[in-house]
Design a protein around this ligand. Sequence first.
Ligand SMILES: [Zn+2]
Length: 465
Amino acid sequence: MRRVEGRPDVGGGWIGMGHTVRVVAGGTLLFALVHSVLATNWMKRRVEAIFGLRVRDGLYRFLYNNITYASIGALVLAARGLPDRVVYRVPRPWSWLLRAGQELQLYISPVNWKPDNPPAPMSSPASLSADLYERLGAYRTLGWAEATWPLNEDRIDEQAFMDDLFRAFDDRAQVILQRLDAKQWDLLVGVIESTDRVQHMMWRLIDPAHPMYDKALAAKFGDSIARVYGKCDDFIGEVMSRVDPGTPILIVSDHGFHSFRQSVNLNTWLVQEGFMAIQGQQPGDKKLQDLFGGGTFWENVDWTRTKAYAMGLGQIYINLKGREGRGIVSSGAESKQVQDDLAARLLTMKDPNTGARIVDAVYKADDVYSGEFVKNAAELQVGMADGYRVSWQSTLGGSPPGIVYPNMKKWSGDHGSYDYRQTSGVLISSRQLAGDTFDIMDIAPTVLKYFGVPIPSDIDGKPVF
Ligand SMILES: [Zn+2]
């Protein structure tokens, strides 16, 4: 092989075959072509026409795979005549595939590994992925399991989103229950995240004041959030029926939710208030992909006249000398002065259309954080009022025209940038709790204490029982 993209050093072989396979070599581009033609609906309809019946997905995939493999087989047989053949140690049936020699180059990502026989461990213990696969079939692993962005971009509808979300929920729940049954644990942490995703996407249908409220859709999908919580409740029942009565159960959510009715361009406001200066043309909208290379940021900011900038969800950084590439504000008294001025101004921010207050609170890093990395933290954290979230463009440092504008996307509920005091999560415990106010940071010391492990002196939080 001339070039393998990715990680050729894992396990001593490559297995799997899927949509991420990239065939780079000239003659074998045919493979990619075969693969993509087979994957089309057109091909599906041809298969239906030939077989004279409605092809169910499972059957189609079976045919599709076999036609693909047959095509690859023919292709590889043709390629075997090439010089410099390299035989890679891979499990069947892939061994013949990779014998094609230097003209065939593949990139196969771990997403294509079969969990019951991966070339490198996918889990710890290594048998876990196989156990789960045996019991559940293919399951979702790391990453964002719900199709929030496809719905936000109108590529799927509410029904498809909810069907998929319930599937994701069930997959995850089954993984957790499988682990419970396996009994190979002292502490088991299971994370259900569907509650978060459904609220991001469906809040508009429980909030008639949201610009994206739709009466007809609300009649159909207005109970989506409640349904997910109902499923959580059933799931907790399942968990409780499977553990010994004395086993402590903690149900912890890390945040609450708000309606995201209006978007707020924080950087534009900083320009308007004289804390930030821009020059020249307004650049185009930033995209999330810009973060992953290729994108340019802040191209119209005049740093020689900028005292503060906003980035992320309500974080405002002082343009500090020494820390920032073109900092102009000295740390110490000058920075403190800018922070005080800015915090006071932020609290006066009003919605120009309704006069409503936009910012509930402003927190200074020096007051709320401690430790050796505080110097890298944003100097101010803005706590937005209910209904107002920092705009997507502000999160990436952009400063498009206008301060407040209606959120016309289906991503309609959020927690990022809202005042944390109005965005509490919940803590439910099967054991009596000590005290009356609790913090997400209390969970780690609680677990350490329960297992008799000394709590490090620099850990935040306190045991809840
Ligand atoms: Zn979230």
